[in-house]
Design a protein around this ligand. Structure first.
Ligand SMILES: [Zn+2]
Length: 311
């Protein structure tokens, strides 16, 4: 049984470990919760910050709890992901703040998606991580460990948050969304990411956007229409959020199709595809995303990829 209201689905094993460390006062000075996005990492880090800043084990009523809720607790330093990378100046400011003495017993530094920190900034951050002033606990998350320098990785306690089984998501979400007409479809789309499932179930525009891209990709896989595909690239290349979604959904469609081929010998994907061609397309997709991630020409990379969907 869990003691604290973590407000996530799954990951009981990790939560029990954390609760034991809190109870025994054996917390490490730096945690890195990593895994796919929308699996609950940042929610856990935020709840843990609240627990550690409240002198009464998360009472929701004391001054500390109220300040955390208002986003103005003096001992809580946050670097939230608003879609931008972390600038070296932000890290300098963070280093400065952590060198001041905390007002209360301990200070918490909460960093969402640490991989947003450029390499040079990671090196200056490393020093703070090694020698913070007073009692400081770093609670950080990441979806891409590969972008974090090994010297940081070796100094933090890593905890993995993997995808949550569909059955568990269905069980936990059914009560809240029992009348939602797209409930099962959303579970399929979310592919083990409760945060995504909740967003799609509770925000109709998000679900509509998701479905639009889903249908677009479905069509791309069914038809030869290079002009249409290339004009879609123009919409995508200027919109980072849309592009991210496009890759996510494409990935998920191909993964599901490969799974269906393996389990049943067939797939609902266009008859133009078999297991081999789906796997090849999947590899192309991963490669394209990798290239764009490393600042390759977006338009060219996307056009090349969509060329491979023509038969
Ligand atoms: Zn409190």
């Amino acid at each position: 049984m869990l003691k604290y209201p973590w407000d996530i689905i799954g990951h009981d094993r990790q939560l029990l470990v954390l609760e034991k460390e809190i109870a025994e006062d054996k917390l490490t000075h730096a945690y890195l919760f990593h895994g796919p996005k929308d699996t609950g990492k940042f929610t856990v880090a935020s709840v843990l910050a609240k627990i550690l800043l409240c002198p009464n084990n998360l009472c929701h009523q004391c001054r500390d709890c109220r300040l955390v809720k208002a986003g103005s607790h003096p001992d809580l330093i946050q670097m939230l992901d608003k879609g931008e990378s972390i600038k070296i100046d932000d890290v300098r400011a963070l280093v400065k703040k952590t060198n001041l003495t905390s007002q209360g017993k301990r200070r918490i530094v909460l960093i969402e998606n640490l991989e947003r920190m450029p390499l040079e900034a990671q090196n200056s951050f490393l020093k703070t991580l090694e020698e913070p002033a007073g009692e400081t606990i770093f609670l950080m998350t990441s979806t891409q460990l590969k972008k974090i320098v090994p010297t940081i990785l070796s100094r933090v306690r890593q905890m993995e948050f993997s995808l949550v089984p569909d059955d568990l998501m269905r069980k936990e979400l059914r009560g809240r969304f029992k009348d939602h007409t797209d409930f099962e479809e959303v579970l399929q789309m979310a592919q083990g990411r409760p945060g995504l499932a909740i967003r799609l179930l509770s925000e109709p525009p998000a679900l509509a956007a998701y479905k639009r891209i889903y249908n677009q990709i479905d069509l791309m896989l069914k038809q030869n229409d290079l002009t249409g595909k290339f004009s879609y690239v123009e919409d995508l290349e200027g919109d980072a959020e849309q592009l991210d979604l496009f890759f996510d959904i494409f990935c998920q469609i191909l993964r599901k199709s490969a799974h269906d081929f393996l389990m049943t010998g067939k797939s609902q994907l266009s008859p133009r595809y078999n297991l081999v061609s789906v796997t090849q397309l999947f590899e192309q997709l991963i490669k394209t995303r990798y290239l764009i991630d490393r600042n390759a020409n977006k338009k060219l990379a996307l056009e090349n990829f969509l060329l491979s969907t023509e038969k």
